[in-house]
Design a protein around this ligand. Structure first.
Ligand SMILES: Cc1ncc(COP(=O)(O)O)c(C=O)c1O
Length: 415
């Protein structure tokens, strides 16, 4: 009997050379942070991202965001402008620093922060608080570049530093410039489900050496220049280990291959889904935007009816089949007051029955109970996307045959 197909949303792939770098690091006894592979990995990242950015390799993308916000001087009682449509890691470090996130809705074309609404929201915050927000976080969600020129223009107008969260956009570009190279800081993630992985890690891409130096200092416990440990400030233990950097160096050898594969998978979905009525595949809105298509996402028209919709939301999630969410708290109800449509959930179940992992889009953060009460400037775009959207598998393990199988399953699931 043939084994049942199992396709995960986005699982990383080792190219084969990672082990050579790791063995060399072991042989040289470089298992601590700050070894030669960290330095080499940083210069490879600088070369890849371009724009004269200085890289600081860190233990996660979340840590990179934390350090970036700290370097922008964010502290208690400050406000930081953030998109509502993103993963919580873009925003949690704002709260770690005692500041308040101010949520801004998405534009329909890129699904990312709406630059015009950002401008309106900053104006409203300045009037409401009498103070300028301390930073702006723009996210390139699912690999799609945000409208970075327009957002940078708003940041320049108000003289607020911009941080680009390019955790999902390694290899994407905007107007020919690589994501992660915009603003004062760019955040990268090398988590296990990202375009390249160090098994867990991240990097902060800094506009100049001075910022990079400050970031490195904060990431290594903010130690002063004495033989003994002297501290004027609170720092963090956030540097990447040399072993993780060694894995990253191996991954850099296959980065372009991974990016090309994600784009190939997306192009195949585009071709095959064009025959399926009622679905829209998320795509580059115009030539300035060049997504890496980290995940491939579809939107269901409201007219679409999916088979088995009556079993949607009848049971909670019984564990996860992959991805980063290894542990979840027990749920008290199968419903929340903001959730994907019954047809999106029914489609997810139809795919899961056949071993295909799919996932709803990121839930807008202004609808997360943990952020209730935070100021939010909302047009309804993100909530509509969340209600109608589903992420489909896209990683290096997804074959052409898998894509054909998935598209046929989707077509057959629609009534
Ligand atoms: C948009 C976004 N920002 C930040 C992060 C945080 O990265 P990490 O998991 O490396 O902490 C992630 C991924 O996990 C992400 O998807």
């Amino acid at each position: 009997m043939s084994e049942k197909r199992k396709v995960l949303l986005c699982l990383n792939h080792l190219g084969g050379r990672e082990i050579d770098f790791v063995l060399k690091a072991f042989a040289d006894n470089w298992i601590v942070p700050l070894g030669p592979d960290v330095k080499a990995f940083e210069s490879e990242l600088e070369h890849f991202i371009g724009g004269d950015r200085k890289a600081v390799a860190l233990c996660s993308g979340t840590a990179a965001m934390h350090i970036a916000l700290d370097c922008c001087g964010v502290g208690p009682d400050d406000e930081v402008m953030v998109p509502t449509f993103t993963f919580c890691a873009s925003v949690n470090p704002v709260v770690y620093l005692g500041a308040t996130p101010v949520f801004v809705d998405s534009e329909p074309s890129t699904w990312n922060m709406d630059p015009a609404l950002l401008d309106t929201a900053i104006d409203a915050r300045v009037r409401a608080t009498g103070r300028m927000p301390k930073a702006i976080v723009a996210v390139d969600l699912y690999g799609m570049p945000a409208s970075l020129d327009a957002i940078a223009a708003v940041a320049a107008k108000w003289e607020i530093p911009l941080i680009e969260d390019a955790a999902e956009a390694f290899g994407s570009s905007y107007n020919g410039r690589r994501c992660g190279s915009f603003g004062r800081f760019g955040v990268l993630s090398f988590n296990g489900n990202k375009m390249i992985t160090t098994s867990g890690g991240g990097a902060l891409m800094c506009a100049d050496s001075e910022q990079a130096h400050r970031a490195m200092y904060l990431a290594t416990q903010a130690r002063q220049g004495y033989a003994y440990y002297q501290h004027d400030e609170i720092g963090y233990n956030y540097r990447l280990s040399n072993i993780s950097a060694a894995i990253g160096r191996g991954q850099m050898l296959v980065a372009e291959e991974h990016i090309a594969h994600h784009r190939h998978v997306h192009a195949l979905y585009r071709e095959l889904l064009s025959d399926v009525a009622g679905l829209t595949l998320f795509d580059n809105p115009s030539p300035e935007y060049d997504s890496n298509f980290w995940l491939c996402n579809i939107l269901l028209d409201d007219s679409v009816r999916v088979r088995g919709r009556e079993r949607a939301y009848t049971a909670g999630i019984q564990g996860v089949i992959g991805g980063a969410a290894a542990t979840t708290a027990e749920t008290v109800s199968v419903h929340t007051d903001c959730e994907p449509s019954v047809d999106v959930e029914a489609l997810r179940l139809c795919l899961a029955d056949e071993g295909i992992e799919s996932r709803p889009l990121w839930k807008p953060l202004h609808r997360q109970p943990v952020f209730a009460g935070a100021p939010a400037y909302i047009s309804g775009v993100a909530e509509d996307l969340f209600r109608r959207g589903l992420c489909l598998p896209a990683g290096p393990w997804v074959s052409d045959d898998d894509v054909r199988f998935i598209v046929k399953l989707i077509a057959d699931s629609i009534e």
